[in-house]
Design a binder for this molecule. Structure first.
Ligand code: GDP
Length: 325
């Protein structure tokens, strides 16, 4: 039976955007809300930058750079080259088209608009018809604690230092006083909500800040709908980024089932299902032992059809919480 209710997808950047695109090709625009992590947001060169929101927005608008997974397609780099000649900071790559988004956002911020309002305006202009919103309009900043006792802002760790520092843990500054965005709480309380999808994003720095916002876990659990996560780890490796490296440094096995274990122990009772790749089929028993229904399928999203097929499998997790076990 085709999925007729509403879906709330929780996303970081690249991995989340891939599945969000698959979902957007199956569902009518009003059936899908995507909530993006904003813990990576920062001010750089005086500009307000929201990397995860922009990755999802560019992907849904089909203006994303499909080779690197961030920024826009057909970019030119005149601004960055000119900045380099001036001796400015160029470690964070800002293409000319991408720059326009950040300048637009910053100008609107200075005029008093919230990140939700600005995102809505950008999406309207770019033709994104699904609802896409930040997790919060308050300031939450992901901080990386390193094993040698340093604290790094997320983008310094991620982009400037190429994820090289060994991590010891993460903090989300400001999260205790932050509220979920209106669109986020509207999606959770929508009577038509039938499923919450946790996209295959980095569990520690993309998904955790969203789920740790005050009230998020309780209000999702009250809805009694399936909450399904897709593993970002396939055959012991992250497809992109430092998720597997972080697991090793945090003393966890680099496996899909260790991701499931992390979600179950950190967000007790929240998840009902976990999707793993066919290459990890041997972990089904361990994941079921955690009380999660498990789907084994191809989760490596190389083509658009891969994204659609995975979205289709994820939406098949309908039915009451735990009712499909
Ligand atoms: P970032 O903020 O841009 O790093 O993006 P995310 O947190 O959304 O994504 C990073 C995670 O996405 C990594 O852990 C990847 O392993 C995962 N990922 C990327 N592409 C795929 C894919 O095709 N399939 C799966 N299962 N995971 C993916």
């Amino acid at each position: 039976m085709p999925f007729s209710g509403k879906c709330l997808a929780i996303s970081g950047g690249v991995g989340g955007a891939k599945l969000a695109l698959g979902l957007s090709r199956i569902l009518a625009p009003e059936q899908l809300t995507v909530i993006a992590n904003t813990g990576d947001d920062f001010i750089h060169l005086g500009l307000a930058i929201s990397p995860d929101l922009d990755t999802v927005m560019y992907t849904l608008a089909d203006v994303d750079n499909k080779e690197v997974g961030w920024g826009q397609s057909g970019e030119s780099w005149n601004f960055l080259e000119a900045l380099e000649r001036l001796g400015g900071e160029t470690w964070f790559r800002l293409g000319d088209r991408d720059l326009a988004t950040h300048i637009f956002r910053t100008q609107k911020y200075l005029g008093g608009s919230s990140l939700s309002e600005i995102t809505r305006e950008l999406c309207l202009t770019l033709g994104v018809r699904q609802k896409l919103a930040p997790m919060t309009d308050d300031k939450v900043s992901t901080v990386v604690n390193t094993r040698d006792g340093k604290t790094l802002s997320f983008q310094h760790y991620f982009v400037r230092d190429h994820c090289e520092p060994v991590v010891a843990g993460f903090e989300f500054t400001g999260i205790g006083n932050a509220s979920m965005s209106e669109e986020f709480s509207r999606a959770i309380t929508d009577p038509a909500l039938e499923i919450v999808v946790i996209c295959p994003s980095n569990p520690f720095v993309s998904v955790a800040p969203v789920l740790r916002l005050p009230g998020v876990q309780d209000s999702i659990m009250e809805r009694n709908v399936p909450v399904v996560a897709v593993s970002p780890i396939i055959a012991g490796q992250a497809i992109k980024g430092p998720a597997a490296k972080m697991m090793r440094e945090l003393g966890k096995p680099q496996t899909a089932s260790a991701v499931a274990e992390y979600y179950v122990s950190e967000f007790r009772g929240l998840l009902t299902g976990f999707v793993i790749d066919s290459q990890d089929e041997n972990q089904t028993g361990a994941i079921r032992a955690l009380g999660l229904e498990t789907i084994v399928t191809n989760t490596l999203m190389l083509t658009l059809q891969d994204r659609i097929d995975l979205a289709d499998q994820v939406l098949a997790f309908t039915g009451p919480r735990g009712g499909t076990q």
